[in-house]
Design a protein around this ligand. Structure first.
Ligand code: HEC
Length: 183
């Protein structure tokens, strides 16, 4: 074996050792437990995000009226197209898969004649609960979450502005409503 070949072997051994060392460092880094400090930091960030979401939700809740003041009934009428497969909006029109929604704002829940409401909605009506702005706003975001047991098969409208526009429109077709939209 000449010197040249010995050098090649040494280089190969050295190269593999270096490779294994690098691999160890990288895997250690990837799979190491975070230091306590880092963990505390991660929890902190998580909690701040939860806090932030709660604050935003609170603001949105407080501002239902502010949203309604700025809302467009004209756009709301377009949003209401999402409902027409199941609801009529004209006075005296029959119930469809869902009850007629003419005069819905401030109407007692679950009171349309000849409509077979869920137990959940009937119970709210018996309790004399009304479809005021707040209740509509939260129901329409996620019907099944707000009213567990409802048979309204509709996922909900996520955008607060769209819900406000829709409710503003419903208000224009609710002559018996006792609520006004003003700040
Ligand atoms: C797939 C059919 C379907 C769609 C789409 C639908 N609904 Fe309904 N809706 C129902 C049914 C069924 C009920 C009765 C729910 C119950 O008894 O729990 C209902 C009930 C309601 C009620 C309560 C009425 C009352 O008399 O107490 C309101 C308000 C309402 N829907 C609004 C809407 C709006 C606004 C939309 C459109 C964004 C919509 N719904 C879309 C089927 C639907």
């Amino acid at each position: 074996m000449d010197n040249f070949e010995l050098n090649k072997i040494a280089a190969a051994v050295f190269g593999s050792a270096l490779f294994i060392l690098a691999l160890t460092i990288v895997t250690d880094f990837l799979y190491s437990e975070p230091e306590l400090e880092e963990q505390a930091y991660i929890v902190d960030v998580g909690e701040s995000i939860v806090d932030m979401v709660a604050v935003v939700e609170e603001i949105i809740e407080i501002d239902v009226m502010a949203l309604l003041v700025l809302a467009s009934a004209q756009n709301g009428e377009k949003v209401a197209k999402k409902c027409v497969s199941c609801h009529n909006f004209q006075a005296g029109a029959p119930n469809k898969i869902g009850p007629n929604l003419y005069n819905i704002v401030d109407r007692q829940m679950g009171v349309m004649d000849e409509f077979a409401y869920s137990k959940a909605l009937t119970a709210r009506g018996t309790n004399n609960d009304k479809w005021n702005f707040d209740n509509l706003f939260h129901f329409l975001e996620n019907p099944k979450k707000w009213l567990p047991g409802t048979i309204m098969g509709y996922a909900g409208i996520r955008k607060p502005n769209d819900r406000a526009d829709l409710i503003n429109y419903l208000h224009t077709i609710s002559p018996d409503s006792t609520s006004t939209i003003e700040e």
